[in-house]
Write a protein that binds this ligand. Structure first.
Ligand code: KG4
Ligand code: ZN
Length: 352
């Protein structure tokens, strides 16, 4: 876009609209001036991608184009506000699927231009981090943050300033990927995380011992690719006709191996950093076994724990609006020529 008139540079505090289209959820949300969530609408594309066993980027972009207008209008309608009440727009700029991101970014630009209000591009990861504070904006800092999603498994130390330092990350698969690939091997439907979570409730998590990759002593990185291979070999060793009878035990044991490592490393990060609070966010934080183990351990160590309500664990726009609100308050603005960035790093969360 060349020389166009830019929307007003100063942000007048008030309601803002968040837009999220980084992967397979088209989402819009309105936050009130005080940051409370007035509406959060999510149009999931799971039905579109299910028969392919994963997200098909071209189909995702098309589905976003079809839904973005309706989802945004519904978010506004449910908020009880009108377009002209909005004072800012936050949109996921990356990381994610380039074509999918572009739909949200271009829609946000058009709205910001027409409404003459400022816009900010938000990192999807900053959005997930912000979801840990949606329910309780006073949740304490400093804090360890574990982001566990389909694309990321990152441990951060969030300083009292709000700045995040990377403590560890996966060296291969993300935790959500381990769930999705494991579910595929087990013949479960996409997305695999919720499917394993459901099936595991009927199984024994101690039935099979899957490997836990703790890496070097004290290391806060993760590795899940060996676990997936162990599952493949385990399944190959079971005669096909016996697999269904053992599926729940296998799912529960496989889930336990992922969850054990996530809990272990989160609490190791707590020890190393000295923080007394832990926020666990991202799609995998919806996992019922992970939530239960984190709650038990936090209670026994007298530690503050933030787990987003289930609706804000997986991708949503309330978290994007919340991160955008922080950015607007910090004086950030995007110009109308911003682009989507498939591998965007967070402006707030930087590696050390
Ligand atoms: O945060 P998210 O919605 O999207 C990304 O940013 O990737 O996370 C999606 C991931 C998928 O891998 C999905 O299988 C996983 O979160 N997930 C779960 C559960 N619900 C979603 N994994 C385990 N248990 C769940 N209940
Ligand atoms: Zn996400």
């Amino acid at each position: 876009m060349t020389a166009v008139e830019q929307p007003t540079a100063t942000w007048r505090p008030g309601p803002i609209l968040g837009i999220e289209t980084s992967c397979d959820e088209t989402a819009a949300s309105v936050l009130a001036e005080d940051g409370s969530v007035l509406s959060s609408i999510i149009a999931s594309q799971h039905a579109v991608h299910r028969r392919f066993g994963g997200v098909v980027p071209e189909l995702a972009s098309r589905a976003h184009i079809e839904s973005i207008e309706d989802v945004s209008s519904e978010a506004l309608q449910q908020s009880g506000l009108s377009w002209t009440d909005l004072t800012g727009i936050a949109v996921t700029q990356g990381p994610g699927l380039a074509g999918a991101l572009l739909v949200g970014v271009n829609y946000a630009k058009a709205l910001a231009y027409v409404l003459n209000i400022p816009m900010v591009g938000v990192s999807h990861l900053d959005g997930h981090i912000a979801s840990g504070w949606l329910q309780d904006p006073a949740f304490p800092l400093p804090c360890v943050v574990l982001i566990v999603s389909g694309g990321h498994t990152h441990l951060y130390y969030k300083e009292p300033s709000g700045h995040c330092r990377l403590l560890g990350a996966t060296r291969d698969d993300a935790a959500g990927e381990a769930f999705d690939k494991g579910a595929q091997l087990l013949g479960l439907e996409y997305p695999g995380g919720p499917a394993i979570d459901r099936l595991a409730r009927q199984g024994n998590p101690k039935a099979i011992v899957f490997p836990r990759s703790y890496l070097k002593n004290g290391c806060l990185d993760f590795s899940f690719s060996g676990l997936k291979t162990a599952l493949l070999y385990k399944l190959q060793a079971i005669p096909e006709q016996s697999r269904a009878a053992q599926a729940a035990d296998i799912a529960a044991s496989y889930q336990e191996a992922i969850v054990d490592v996530l809990v272990h490393k989160s609490f190791a990060a707590i020890r190393v950093s000295g923080a007394r609070a832990l926020a666990v966010v991202g799609g995998v934080s919806a996992n019922s076994r992970l939530r239960a183990l984190l709650q038990q351990r936090a209670a026994s160590e007298d530690l503050r724990l933030s787990l987003p309500p289930l609706a804000y664990c997986t991708d949503n726009a309330a978290m994007i609006a919340a991160a955008g609100r922080q950015a607007l308050r910090a004086g950030l603005r995007a110009s109308l020529d911003i682009d989507a960035h498939a591998s965007m790093v967070s402006p707030f969360a930087q590696a050390i």
